[in-house]
Design a protein around this ligand. Sequence first.
Ligand code: ASP
Length: 317
Amino acid sequence: MTKHPLILAHGGAGVRAMTRTQRACLAEALAAGYKLLHHGSPALDAIETTIKVLEASGLFNAGVGARLQLDGTRRMDASMMEGRELRAGAVAGIEQVRHPIAAARLVMDKTAHVLLVGAQATAFARHFKLDCQKQPTPAQRRAAIKALPHRDRLTVAQRHTLRLFERMEGRRTLTGEAGEARETVGAVALDQEGTVAAGASTGGIALMLPGRVGDTPLIGCGIYADNEAGAVSMTGLGESIIRIAVAKEIADCLAAGAGPASAARLVLAKVARRVAGAAGALVLARNGRFAITHNTPRIVAGYWDGTGKPVVRDKFK
Ligand code: ASP
C-alpha cells in the first residue's frame, strides 16, 4: 500500500536561537527533499538532497560551514542508512569535499563497506570526482581559532583538550570571544513504499583534537534506520551519544512498540542520567508518527508532509 511520505530535518541542538536565514534554508531543504518523495523517489534520495542543501548553505556546521579542528583543518563526518535492507554508508575525518553526505552515499552504493576514514575517504571522494570546497586560508584558520570561546568560558574537559593539544604542538592556541553559532545537520524520511531512511553530516564540535570523530558517522550512534522500527537522526555531544548508542536504543524502543516521543524521551533521559549529556533527536516511526525531542534548550528543526508549508522552529516539546 502506498504510504503518505514525510520528511524531517534538523540544523542542530544547542542554546542559540535560529536565525531567519537558517529558518528559510531549512524550509528550502525540507521542500527539496519532500518534492522527491512526492514523485515516488526513495527516502534515501530525499534525505541526501535535503542534507546537501544544508551542507551547501554555510549556515550550519556541515559541508562548507563545517568547523575546523584545532590544527585549523576541516575534517567532516557523515552517514546515511535505509531501513529495507539495512544498507548504510559513512565517512569520518573526510577533507575538502563540499558534500560529505554524497561520499557516505557512495560508500554505501559502490563498496562492500560501511565506513571509510581520513585521507583514504578523501581519496575515495576524489576518485568519484565529488565537488570540492575552497580550503580555509591561513587568515581564516587563525580567525576560526580566535572564534573559539575564551579560555575562562571553557569546560574542564575542553581546557584539558586544549592544554593537551598545545603540549603536542608546542605552541599556545589563541582563543577569543566570539563563539560559534552553527550546528550539525540531519534528516529522516518515509517514502511511498514505506521505507525509512536517516542521515547526518557534521564538522564536529568546538575544541576538537585533530582526528576526533563523533557519533555522526557511527551507525547506531548518530543515525539508525530499520523498517521494522523507524528512523533516527541525532545531534548533540558525540562523546555522550556514542556511549549510549542512542540511535539504536531509540530504534529498539520503537521496535518494542513505544511511540516516537516516549522512545526519544526515555533514551534522552538516560543520556542525561548516565553520562550527563544533552542531545536532540529526530524520530520517525515506520507508521509515519514522529517526534522532534531535545533536552538542550533548543533544536533547530522542522518537518513537512506536503500539506501547508514546512514547519520550522527552534523549540519542540
Ligand atoms: N554530534 C556531533 C558531534 O559530536 C555534533 C553535533 O551534533 O552538534 O560530532
